[in-house]
Design a protein around this ligand. Structure first.
Ligand code: ADP
Length: 301
């Protein structure tokens, strides 16, 4: 009786597997085709640059840059021209959706300009190998992304950094050492997936340390304080101030005017993909608000 039941069960299970296979097999074939599409697709942004020597360092120039996302009807940014001077802090201010992040993503060539040119240290970015560009510029993203590991492993994320001294130096400049020293294991303290065991300000400082560890010529901040409360904003502002005193060339994208006013040497106002105002903060912020509002509105009409 037992043998009969077991043989019957085996036959039933085999039929179940056959049914499952007939469902899973077509799915697997479609998935395999999609993976193969990704693996065999052509790289749309070509890395053909060869120039590795530069006459100047730490400068960034946008010359009539226009960009449209693939499949979109309208340009996201249009005819953008500005210069981020060496050793100075440039703030790009604009409301959400005005194209600020797109500008940041164009510099390391995550996106390719539709028309116009971007010059990094005097050379057009398409003539520079991507690896060189990405050694020259570092981006502190809006939302800091930390991985499970240690604080040190998160800072030395870039492959070329394998020195404890460099990691410690970057942590010191980003004012992270205070909280790192308060942990029993210091730089080797554990970080959980997504940095969930660190506060927002601590994560942001580790993220700044990671960007600094590469010793970039230009440092970009994409809305560095958007997820932070006023007290933590003050802390990050202090870190950026120290970097500015050290003559780091910085471009800070933000929608907070007070933040831009406190730290920048030059302010660029964006609305709807255009630059609507540009100048020194003391000029721009001293002008009557109505005038600026009128300029903003003129572009929306
Ligand atoms: P900001 O940083 O000023 O908030 P973004 O540069 O992120 O603005 O976006 C500018 C505009 O581009 C928005 O209208 C957004 O919808 C659009 N956009 C952003 N990313 C993409 C994308 N990958 N594809 C199509 N449109 C996009």
């Amino acid at each position: 009786m037992m043998a009969f039941i077991q043989y019957t069960m085996q036959i039933i299970i085999s039929f179940l597997f056959i049914t499952m296979m007939s469902v899973m097999l077509p799915r697997a074939m479609v998935s395999a085709k999609r993976v193969s599409d990704v693996l065999t697709s052509d790289i749309s942004i070509e890395d053909k640059g060869t120039i590795k020597a530069f006459a100047q360092e730490g400068s960034l120039v946008f010359e009539n840059v226009t960009f449209k996302y693939e499949g979109a009807h309208e340009n996201v940014i249009e005819d953008i021209s500005f210069e981020a001077e060496k050793g100075k802090t440039t703030a790009i201010i604009g409301s959400t959706g005005s194209g600020k992040t797109t500008i940041v993503n164009l510099i390391p060539r995550f996106l390719e300009v539709t028309s116009g040119k971007i010059y990094l240290d005097g050379v057009e970015t398409r003539q520079i190998p991507m690896s060189v560009i990405r050694d020259k510029v570092s981006i502190v993203p809006q939302k800091s992304v930390l991985f499970s590991g240690t604080i040190a492993s998160n800072i030395e994320y870039a492959k070329s950094i394998r020195s404890y001294k460099k990691v410690k130096n970057a942590a010191e400049i980003s004012q992270s050492m205070d909280f790192i020293n308060s942990k029993s294991e210091g730089l080797d303290s554990k970080v959980s997936q997504g940095g969930s065991n660190l506060s927002g300000g601590q994560k942001q400082r580790v993220s700044i340390a990671r960007a600094l560890a590469l010793k970039p010529r230009i440092l970009f901040f994409d809305e560095p304080t958007s997820a932070l409360d006023p007290e933590l904003t003050g802390e990050i502002l202090e870190v950026i101030r120290l970097l500015a005193d050290d003559h780091m060339t910085m471009v800070i994208v933000t929608h907070e005017m007070s933040f831009a006013r406190a730290i920048s040497n030059r302010v660029i106002f964006m609305a709807d993909g255009y630059i609507v105002e540009e100048g020194a903060p003391e000029q721009i912020f001293e002008r009557p608000t109505q005038e600026r509002t009128k300029q903003f509105l003129a572009h929306y009409q």
